[in-house]
Ligand binder design. Structure first.
Ligand SMILES: NC(=O)c1ccc[n+]([C@@H]2O[C@H](COP(=O)([O-])OP(=O)(O)OC[C@H]3O[C@@H](n4cnc5c(N)ncnc54)[C@H](OP(=O)(O)O)[C@@H]3O)[C@@H](O)[C@H]2O)c1
Length: 244
């Protein structure tokens, strides 16, 4: 496996992004760019390995600033082997509170698309690169508990598939990895109440994600038991699924 020189992790202030950023920092030859809105969390992570991290704090729903900050990473790093997009939000929304739906779409769809498009075009110009993003097991079917979250993850999955097709068609050396976790023990699921099961410890999920990235897998379910859950979700007839 070829060593990664420089990498950027978007959404490294907590949860999956933070843990994978730590694994990268132990492994890469060059630097790991880390982002998120909570600057103090990024500074805290940087203090663990001051020479390894480059910190940039921004909100991915601010589309213009996001592009400017990504460009600044490139200026500082010169080349980037890997961009991992972890930023995302998700909330149960029984009341169909539109504010929740709007924020989810702004982050998981608009912010996501802005970053994926910029990254793909950047890698295309650079001549190579690995673009990885976290969709979810939620990408497979709709769900009444969190409609916009599940729909946004279906969008992520479809968009990443489109990018893979685009890379293949143009014979570019861009690799795409779609990471589809089941439940992982992070802040994102802390208010989910009784709806969660098969929850993976964060370290275990992060290790499996990191391995999948290093192997440049196209699609990975994390943890492994979610391959079975994905199979069942895909084949479950509508009349059963609609009652869950
Ligand atoms: N945990 C699970 O069970 C699970 C399952 C499937 C998929 N996922 C997906 O995994 C990804 C990471 O989630 P997590 O579980 O690690 O949750 P988390 O601990 O809440 O992490 C979410 C990350 O996204 C960043 N983020 C959120 N909104 C942002 C914004 N507007 N601009 C910039 N960064 C933003 C957060 O940083 P700041 O708040 O500092 O900006 C944080 O670093 C998400 O896409 C989530 O949908 C999680």
């Amino acid at each position: 496996m070829k060593k990664i020189r420089n990498a950027i992790v978007i959404g490294a202030t907590s949860g999956i992004g933070r843990k994978v950023a730590e694994l990268l920092a132990n492994d890469v030859i060059g630097k790991v760019g880390i982002t998120g809105r909570r600057l103090e969390r990024l500074e805290e992570l940087k203090s663990e390995k001051p020479n390894k991290y480059i910190v940039k704090s921004f909100d991915i729903t601010d589309l213009q600033t996001t592009v400017e900050q990504l460009q600044e990473f490139v200026v500082e790093m010169e080349t980037v082997d890997l961009i991992l997009l972890c930023s995302g939000i998700g909330k149960v929304n029984h009341e169909l509170d539109f504010d929740i739906e709007q924020k989810t779409i702004m982050t998981n769809v608009l912010g996501f698309t802005n970053i994926i498009d910029w990254s793909f075009n950047f890698f295309d110009k650079q001549g190579y690169g690995h673009l990885a993003a976290i969709s979810s097991i939620a990408s497979l079917r709709g769900n009444r508990y969190a409609p916009s979250y599940f729909a946004s993850k279906a969008y992520n999955k479809s968009y990443l598939e489109a990018m893979r097709g685009k890379a293949n068609k143009t014979k570019s050396k861009i690799k795409i990895t779609d990471i589809r976790p089941g439940f992982v023990d992070t802040d994102l699921i802390k208010d989910e109440g009784n709806y969660i099961f098969f929850v993976s410890p964060l370290n275990k999920a992060a290790r499996q994600i990191y391995k999948a990235i290093r192997c440049q897998k196209k699609v990975v379910y994390v943890t492994r038991r979610w391959y079975l859950a994905a199979f069942i979700m895909k084949i479950a007839p509508k009349f059963i699924y609609d009652r869950i």
